[in-house]
Design a protein around this ligand. Structure first.
Ligand code: ZN
Length: 239
């Protein structure tokens, strides 16, 4: 065990109000591609770049093309939580961790057993009608071909994910701010901290146990109390 891992263990052992903030890197270790990385979905076969297809205006204009891309790329098959997800769920059960704040939409924290998960960008596991708000079960939305329509009013059904051009849910943001503000330890993992709102949220942390776990260095490394440049799953397997 390295010195850093040992330090992380000690910090966790002395905490009972940990908040974890995670980015795409937490999911990539489960095999889910990162939209924002060059190795991700940018260099793919579609006519438009992913950030255009996954925008609110594109969805309004071309819902069929949106769903074609969505089903091809965002509906995940047999993906399993990795050791980071699993250990975080355990830490919650042990009464050490209060909340997971995530930028991912895949629901892997919940599959691992985490209960208090704040999904900043929504989830691929919920669908609703844009006209009347009626929810459609995930299995139904995913098995339909083309654009799914509401059983109640015939309106277009969309996934409950935050699209480009849309703002984040205020309630989720303020909950995340509250948890981070009150946390005795903040662990940030799998994010380069370049993407809004990650960088802004860190500023609400007031404690002295700020841990950054990321394969590459981040602009916030010098503010952290502990920096670990390793794969997040491998780190959590050891603590
Ligand atoms: Zn409806």
């Amino acid at each position: 065990m390295t010195e850093e891992i040992e330090k992380l263990r000690d910090m966790i052992a002395g905490s009972n109000n940990i908040v974890f903030f995670g980015g795409a890197g937490v999911s990539t270790e489960s095999g889910i591609p990162d939209f924002r990385s060059v190795d991700g979905l940018y260099n793919q076969k579609y006519k438009y770049p992913p950030e255009q297809i996954l925008s609110a205006s594109f969805f309004r204009k071309y819902p069929e093309e949106f769903y074609e891309f969505y089903r091809d790329k965002l509906v995940i098959g047999d993906v399993k939580p990795n050791r980071a997800h699993l250990r975080l769920a355990e830490l919650e059960k042990e009464g050490r961790l209060r909340a997971v704040v995530t930028q991912n939409i895949d629901g892997l924290h919940q599959s691992a057993g985490s209960r208090n998960v704040l999904e900043l960008h929504g989830t691929i596991h919920r669908f609703y009608c844009v006209s009347c708000g009626e929810e459609m079960p995930e299995a139904e939305a995913n098995k339909s071909t083309g654009v799914p329509h509401c059983a109640k009013c015939g309106g277009i059904v969309r996934p409950d994910v935050v699209l480009y051009e849309e703002s984040l849910n205020d309630k989720v943001i303020s909950e995340a701010v509250r948890y981070i503000n009150e946390a005795d330890m903040l662990i940030i993992g799998g994010t380069s901290l370049n993407v809004y709102p990650a960088a802004g949220l860190i500023n609400y942390y007031r404690g002295k146990k700020l841990v950054l776990i990321n394969k590459q260095p981040t602009p916030y490394d010098r503010h952290a109390n502990l920096v670990i440049n390793e794969k997040i799953g491998e780190v959590f397997a050891q603590v």
